[in-house]
Ligand binder design. Structure first.
Ligand code: GDP
Ligand code: MN
Length: 412
């Protein structure tokens, strides 16, 4: 589960990590007022207007704007509400912006060596070492992925002890390697320790601050460490024990098909290809996607209907898969263990026969290749062969390779 930047800032603030104050708005009319409250009492007002979407790269796309007047805040807000945010992290058509954060703008200090005092900080799990790891870089701000790729030596990785977590000596050591000194070093190390606590306590899979900056203000003429953008991803298997995190869930930012799948207990992930997959078991679903690719096709989704593969589950799964207009064919791959293949075959046939098309007609139109294996498989296949009369696009496969070849050929 992901959350918005403004929610991430609240979470950081609740751990006493410094973040600038801000306000969320949902209309252009609120922009001027939000600007005034974000900058009240400032001699030279500066605010930042930021699109709240589940993707980064906003700065370069023009969806993070520094503004000095209420009128400019309004102009920025109008632009963001009426254009879709497009960046390398969004789908090609971009994302609709429904909320903006208008926050106090900070005065980021310049680095004597050039550039600004912007740092990258994150905690995540490193699958290679099977440990949590603190990742930090002096090259914070935008495009950390590019830096990691082109200059990996600019990225610091500090593994966390499996039981003890991040140790304060490690945090200070990393802060020092980031080039921080004196008071700033202590402040940055403190942020790292707190971020490590959020990561564990809230079951995060990623806790990221980018950038963490050195900023000057009237009260801190020598600058202080402050977080101005953050991103969190939570492990879905852990959210049930964090009501506060669950409450931040924003269904309007989620893929509607994935949401519907969740409601019916199906695990569904939309992908870019044109072959829909309906499989029972996550491992089998992965293998199915692999074999489709091996035979030159592109899977349109990952879908695990779970152990049951009942007629109801298959019906829902079909409607979710076919809600993606890119889908040109479906491969059903079911292993009948506890559930017998003949019952599953009948369920698939019923679901396909009753399926309601967008034009009001019933009955499957896209090519449907079914591969069944397991208990009572012969009876199951016989049913599929019989059903051919009512379902002309249906074909039964003899094995998984045959199924993959058939469905790839069917979609062209
Ligand atoms: P992202 O591009 O989606 O990651 O959005 P960020 O919130 O990280 O902003 C991108 C960049 O805008 C930052 O790296 C900063 O350089 C700049 N920026 C954002 N907020 C402020 C601010 O309050 N003051 C200043 N001076 N720059 C800011
Ligand atoms: Mn950022």
């Amino acid at each position: 589960m992901k959350i918005h930047e403004y929610q991430a800032r609240d979470l950081l603030a609740s751990y006493a990590i410094p973040v600038p104050a801000g306000k969320v708005i949902t209309s252009v009319e609120e922009a001027a007022g939000a600007f005034k409250s974000a900058t009240s009492g400032q001699a030279s007002p500066l605010a930042v207007v930021k699109a709240q979407v589940f993707a980064g790269g906003r700065g370069k796309a023009g969806f993070v704007k520094l503004v000095k007047t209420a009128a400019d805040a309004e102009t920025a807000a109008r632009f963001m509400f009426t254009n879709r945010m497009k960046s390398p992290q969004t789908p090609p058509e971009g994302l609709e912006v429904k909320k903006l954060l208008v926050a106090d703008g900070v005065d980021i200090m310049a680095r004597p060596s050039g550039g600004n005092e912007e740092f990258y900080l994150a905690i995540t799990t490193d699958r290679k070492t099977r440990r949590n790891v603190l990742i930090a870089s002096r090259e914070g701000g935008v495009e950390i992925e590019t830096i990691a790729h082109e200059r990996p030596e600019a990225i610091i990785k500090e593994p966390l002890h499996p039981v003890l977590g991040l140790q304060s000596y490690q945090a200070r050591n990393v802060a020092e390697r980031l080039g921080l000194k004196g008071k700033h070093l202590g402040q940055a190390a403190d942020v790292m320790m707190k971020l490590a606590r959020v990561f564990i306590e809230k079951d995060c899979s990623i806790a990221e601050i980018n950038p963490l900056v050195l900023a000057k203000d009237a009260a801190n003429p020598e600058g202080r460490v402050i977080a101005i953008d953050a991103k969190f991803t939570f492990d879905d298997n852990g959210t049930f024990r964090h009501k506060d995190i669950e409450a931040m869930f924003d269904p309007t930012e989620e893929n509607p098909a994935e949401l519907k799948a969740k409601k019916f207990g199906l695990s569904y992930v939309a992908l870019d290809g044109n072959i829909g997959c309906l499989v029972n078991g996550a491992g089998l679903a992965m293998a199915t996607m692999d074999i489709i690719k091996l035979h030159g096709g592109e899977p349109a989704n990952f879908l695990d209907v779970g152990g049951g593969a009942t007629e109801e589950a298959v019906t829902e799964a079909f409607s979710i898969i076919l809600s993606d207009p890119a889908v040109k064919g479906i491969l059903v791959n079911i292993f009948g263990g506890i559930m017998r293949c003949d019952i599953i075959a009948q369920g698939i046939i019923n679901a396909a026969t009753k399926y309601k098309n967008a034009d009001g007609t019933t009955g499957f139109k896209v090519p449907l290749v079914v591969r069944l294996e397991g208990t009572n498989v012969d009876a199951g296949r016989a049913l599929l062969t019989e059903a051919k009369a009512k379902l002309p696009t249906l074909s039964a496969a003899t094995d998984l390779t045959d199924a993959a070849k058939k469905v790839c050929a069917a979609v062209g």
